[in-house]
Design a protein around this ligand. Structure first.
Ligand code: SDX
Length: 436
């Protein structure tokens, strides 16, 4: 209560000591102030006004969202209010996809209809296959899939009608359905194997595993433990609020580009080793360490700042990434079937050291979603080049949910940040024969 017993005003009082002027700025829901409210702060009336400066947006909310909630301090992750632990245990990836895209868990009829629609859109145009055949045999699969998704925009020109909700939904169904097909075709190309086409009687992840790994048998049925493990991994990777790739998807979408082009951009952002490419970087790091005996030297190089402990740290989580805990449990279930991954003991030793050592504890460096997932993928037979692709398939749902929320948000418009210019002042052109 304020001094007079009334509710305290929800404002910031700002004094500009350059002018002695006082300003009142409203504090809005979520404990935020609007950056535009700073523009009234000026020295001279014809000044542009004050801006906020926030490289990498470390303390800037770009949107109000109802999709995913993260409490980084307490390691909490919820999709539309449902805890990730409950969804991973009780739901399926396509049910979670419906939840993220539509905002509510589906009825049985709604789920059946959604699964049917996705199942019957898994084929990709045959010309896509001609595009894939143009890549070198050793092309990175993430580069192939990014190109293929962008190419899909040329097969569905009507996707530019982004203000038509029914049209958007058809494109969303196509992308959710075709990502596993494009990923599997990229993998088969990488391996020099003939492509295996979708089989409609299989589940989403069983169909994906079938397109990837069926060789020389008529009926391929993946081990149900691996089918379920991949479904859980897809649930865990489906969305994560305003991460780098979701922000990219929203930014490209804000210019009203079609969803295929926007999603190719989101995938490109995910590809980076600081983001979704970290799962591949973790496996390369564990392989490079090679044995527990080499861990002390490696950790020294991390403490010196020469290397990063890939799979550790997070911009938002300052506690254990809840997804990493579930993945670690899933890893043991997978290894029961595939046999242990010898790199697991190196990973566990790195985690043990990091959770105890000052350097990591001080920087809140806990395992994130990428630290253990690669161990599972490798044990399931995926090459490291497929790891970012395995992140992109489920994240397609999150990107599309974020994209659609942006389009329907009346406050949003084309993204165009400001800058603080610190370059040269005006100067005259110098002919080349007089340059120093
Ligand atoms: C994902 O945003 C999301 O939600 C992403 C994601 C999703 O689902 O979409 O969760 C998926 O991208 C997970 C993160 C995967 N990336 C990695 O595992 C790569 C290794 N981790 C990092 O490079 C880093 O932790 C980031 C990129 C994840 C976060 O970086 P921040 O928030 O910008 O932190 P920072 O780089 O400013 O680091 C703060 C300090 C620095 O030390 P000082 O300068 O203070 O001395 O911590 C250090 C960093 O050097 N640090 C690390 C480290 N991560 C941060 N030091 C060693 N190893 C690391 N992994």
């Amino acid at each position: 209560m304020g001094e007079s017993g009334t509710e305290p005003r929800k404002t910031l009082s700002i004094r500009d000591n350059r002018t002695g002027k006082d300003y009142e700025v409203d504090i809005h829901e979520g404990d935020v102030v609007r950056a535009m409210d700073l523009r009234q702060i000026k020295v001279n009336d014809d000044d542009f006004g004050m801006m906020s400066y926030d490289p990498a947006f470390t303390n800037t909310a770009s949107t109000r969202s109802t999709i995913t909630e993260i409490d980084g301090g307490n390691g909490i992750l919820r999709y539309r209010g449902y805890p990730i632990e409950q969804l991973a245990e009780k739901s399926s990836f396509l049910e979670v996809a419906y939840l993220l895209l539509r905002g509510e868990l589906p009825s049985q009829d709604e789920l059946d209809d959604f699964v049917h629609n996705v199942t019957y859109h898994t084929y990709a145009h045959e010309n896509i296959i001609k595009l894939l055949r143009g890549f070198r045999y050793d092309a990175h699969t993430m580069g192939i899939v990014i190109s293929s998704v962008a190419a899909l925009s040329t097969f569905y020109p009507e996707a530019k009608e982004i203000h038509d909700p029914e049209n958007r939904w058809i494109q969303i169904i196509r992308l959710v359905a075709k990502m596993p097909t494009l990923a599997a075709f990229a993998y088969r190309h990488h391996r020099g194997l003939p492509y295996v086409y979708p089989e409609n009687e299989l589940s989403y992840t069983a169909n994906f595993l079938n397109m990837l790994f069926r060789i020389g048998v008529r009926d391929y049925r993946p081990n149900p433990v691996l089918e379920r493990a991949l479904d859980v991994l897809f649930i865990l990777h489906a969305d994560h609020e305003q991460n780098c790739s979701a922000t990219t998807m929203r930014t490209i979408g804000s210019s009203h580009a079609d969803p295929y082009s926007a999603l190719a951009g989101g995938m490109a952002a995910l590809y980076g080793p600081l983001h979704g490419g970290a799962n591949e970087a973790v496996l390369r790091m564990l392989t490079e360490i090679g044995s527990k005996d080499n861990i002390p030297d490696f950790m020294e190089s991390v403490r010196n700042g020469d290397r990063r402990l890939m799979g550790f740290g997070h911009r938002v989580y300052k506690a254990y990434d809840p997804r990493a805990s579930i993945i670690k449990k899933t890893a043991h279930e997978v290894f029961e079937v595939t046999g242990n991954n010898p790199l697991l003991e190196i990973a566990l030793e790195l985690e043990k050291i990091a959770l105890q050592e000052e350097y990591f504890v001080k920087r809140n460096l806990y395992p994130n979603v990428d630290f253990y997932s690669g161990l599972i993928y490798q044990a399931m037979g995926f090459p490291v080049e497929m790891f970012p692709v395995l992140f992109a398939i489920p994240r397609t749902v999150g990107w599309l949910a974020q994209w659609e929320e942006m389009l329907e948000d009346k406050e949003q418009k084309i993204a165009r940040p400001r800058q603080v210019y610190v370059g040269e002042g005006e100067r005259d052109y110098i002919p080349v024969d007089r340059r120093g």
